[in-house]
Design a protein around this ligand. Structure first.
Ligand SMILES: [Zn+2]
Length: 131
């Protein structure tokens, strides 16, 4: 009688044989590291991350809810690759806003910065006039 472990290993081996046979006849079947619809990670481009946790081996379309409007959005694998590898976003960061809300938020922050700097300039001017 075979042990459960032996049995599992036999099943695993048969599965691998079946998968490699299927891949040979259909090259569009992705390898284990990158599932269908996924985009491979270029680890060299993620070197800016200092993390103890394992880096991903692929990106895949990820649904999320916009924190401002509550809209249901998809953060695509391609957008993730751009964010982490080109824009050098940190690996812990995730998409939180849809595109329209992101543009609104950027405009809001820029306006707040402009007002703050104008106020600061005015304060400095007053201070200089007092002396
Ligand atoms: Zn939104």
């Amino acid at each position: 009688m075979k042990s459960g472990k032996q049995r599992r290993e036999e099943i695993k081996a048969r599965r691998l044989v079946r998968l490699s046979a299927a891949r040979a006849s259909n090259p569009s079947i992705p390898t284990k590291s990158v599932p269908l619809g996924g985009v491979a990670v270029d680890l060299a481009q993620l070197a800016h991350n200092t993390t103890w946790s394992a880096l991903p081996s692929f990106y895949i379309d990820t649904p999320f809810v916009c924190k401002d409007c509550g809209g249901h959005e998809i953060w695509t694998a391609k957008q993730q690759k751009w964010w982490y590898e080109i824009a050098k976003g940190r690996i812990e960061t995730r998409a939180v806003r849809c595109r329209p809300c992101r543009l609104l938020e950027r405009a809001r922050v820029e306006e707040a910065r402009r007002v703050s700097q104008a106020g600061l300039a005015l304060k400095m001017e007053k201070k200089n006039n007092e002396n």
